[in-house]
Design a protein around this ligand. Structure first.
Ligand code: THU
Length: 138
């Protein structure tokens, strides 16, 4: 059976979900797939709003879908992001913080129309994340 978690399958899923993006303002489509420690896959695309600040990025939609399906113990194993660009795009700061809440050693892979790929661990993408365990020891 095909490994649903292999990167070429995840790229296909992220590219497909980017096609669902609601982007009448930026026309910038983003697709994201989260693989959880339980082995499930959750997709997300960006959804914009006429009140621009209410826009939600693809990454956060995928995280929130994962938590709402698996519950508060959900842990991220891998994140794959697709943008229809010539260079890979890295996740915004808000999404880095939200992603970092659900794991500390997972890989974030960004892909694009070209073969080029960007790969970093969440701890390197956001080394000084806000974390109550660090701040208050709880
Ligand atoms: N966007 C994402 O979906 N993820 C990111 O990490 C960066 C930005 C979206 C938000 C908005 O719909 C569009 O890209 C342009 O900023």
């Amino acid at each position: 059976m095909e490994d649903r978690q292999n990167n070429s399958n995840l790229i296909k899923l992220a590219r497909n979900v980017a096609g669902n993006a609601y982007v009448p303002y930026s026309h910038f489509r983003v697709g994201c797939v989260i693989v959880t420690e339980q082995g499930n896959l959750y997709t997300g695309c960006n959804v914009e709003n006429v009140s621009y600040g209410l826009t939600i990025c693809a990454e956060r939609i995928a995280v929130f879908k994962a938590v709402s399906e698996e519950g508060p113990e959900m842990r991220i194993k891998k994140v794959l992001i697709f943008t229809s660009t010539d260079k890979p795009t890295t996740p915004c700061g808000a999404c880095r913080q939200v992603l970092s809440e659900f794991g500390d050693d997972f890989e974030v892979i960004s892909t694009c129309n070209a073969d080029e790929e960007f790969k970093m661990h969440i701890n390197d993408l956001l080394p000084a994340n806000f974390d109550l365990k660090k701040e208050l020891g709880r």
